[in-house]
Design a protein around this ligand. Structure first.
Ligand SMILES: NC(=O)c1ccc[n+]([C@@H]2O[C@H](COP(=O)([O-])OP(=O)(O)OC[C@H]3O[C@@H](n4cnc5c(N)ncnc54)[C@H](OP(=O)(O)O)[C@@H]3O)[C@@H](O)[C@H]2O)c1
Length: 313
């Protein structure tokens, strides 16, 4: 007799004792829930946020729910290349050599209403969601242990199905639309990066596994932090869709957690919710959008040039 497969939940996370994890954007939303569950299972969690205060607050919220967790607050602003370099230097000093079991690239910002430039002159969503994480991964790669079950997980979005990379408009200099173009492009860049990194790691014969995940539609600060307080059609649409198609941040974190720890997650795999439109539900392998399978080398070289980083696997 066959039995229906049980949904995968955080209870199935294997022990993370002895493992060091770094999660970006873990002071809020999906990243926080991911950090909480991994800390609960015994991982040491390095938790960088945009300010020491935000990182300390998140660490305190984990300490309030997990007895004796190992949480290390730090500072990182992914929209500043200098901050990425400084954080990587801090990490190298604090945890020299191969010292990282799991790197989860989760931080992001969405639907900034008007085109904004970072201190480096990049469009803010492209910088925060892709260029910063690319440079961070490049700088931290040598710290990822070259052993079985070391993983890099990149959090993308189901919006990538409708996204495309405009190589002549990466900084939205020709035209800007907050969600369908700028945010979507930055998250497609994440998916392309994940697959290209997977290819390179595999080619190099490294045992490090690279996966990506998307949370569906999880109600978090994402829907307000980028768009701000004002009215927008995008905000109205998220509110209308919310009752039917959304889930809380804890459920939104499950695909990331599955990619990060499940023995069933495979290198190069992409995980998202199993429900209607992949908006909510329990983790399963989901289809990789066609556009995520192209332009890997070109995007990699572009990111190296823009961030002045050499990323050798
Ligand atoms: N929620 C969804 O429905 C949904 C859907 C698809 C994909 N995603 C993806 O899921 C990931 C997590 O989002 P979330 O929903 O959990 O949103 P969230 O609650 O707003 O969390 C985003 C995190 O990213 C951090 N962040 C933003 N800009 C940053 C910067 N310049 N440097 C460093 N950290 C920065 C935020 O820090 P602050 O607190 O300082 O702002 C926060 O910790 C994002 O990559 C997002 O694109 C979410």
């Amino acid at each position: 007799m066959t039995t229906a497969k049980q949904p995968w939940t955080a209870e199935q996370i294997p022990s993370q004792e002895g493992r060091r994890v770094l999660i970006t954007g873990a002071n809020s939303g999906i990243g926080f829930e991911t950090a909480l569950e991994l800390a609960r299972k015994g991982a040491e969690v390095v938790l960088p946020a945009r300010s020491q205060q935000k990182a300390e607050d998140a660490a305190a919220r984990i300490r309030a729910r997990v007895p004796s967790p190992r949480v290390i607050p730090a500072i990182l602003d992914l929209a500043s290349q200098q901050s990425v370099v400084d954080f990587a230097a801090w990490f190298a000093h604090r945890f020299p050599g191969p010292s990282l079991d799991l790197l989860i690239s989760n931080a992001g910002v969405m639907a900034v209403p008007k085109r904004e430039l970072t201190v480096d002159g990049f469009e803010r969503q492209f910088a925060t969601n892709f260029l910063g994480p690319f440079a961070l991964t490049a700088l931290l790669y040598r710290h990822v242990k070259q052993q079985h079950d070391s993983r890099i997980v990149i959090v993308s979005s189901s919006i990538t199905k409708w996204a495309r990379i405009e190589f002549d408009n990466l900084q939205s200099e020709r035209h800007y639309s907050p969600m369908g173009q700028a945010y979507a492009q930055s998250k497609l860049a994440d998916s392309i990066f994940a697959l290209e990194l997977h290819r390179r790691v595999t080619r190099a014969g490294s045992p490090v596994a690279v996966m990506s995940a998307h949370p569906g539609y999880a109600v978090t600060n994402l829907q307000t932090s980028g768009p701000g307080d004002g009215f927008s059609l995008f905000k109205l649409s998220t509110i209308v869709l919310r009752p039917l198609l959304s889930q809380d941040a804890a459920h939104g974190a499950l695909p990331t957690l599955f990619a990060a720890v499940s023995p069933e997650a495979v290198p190069g795999g992409y995980y998202g919710p199993d429900g209607l439109l992949e908006a909510k539900g329990y983790p399963r392998a989901v289809k990789i959008p066609k556009r995520a399978m192209q332009d890997g080398e070109r995007l990699w070289e572009t990111a190296e040039r823009l961030t002045n980083t050499s990323f050798t696997v």
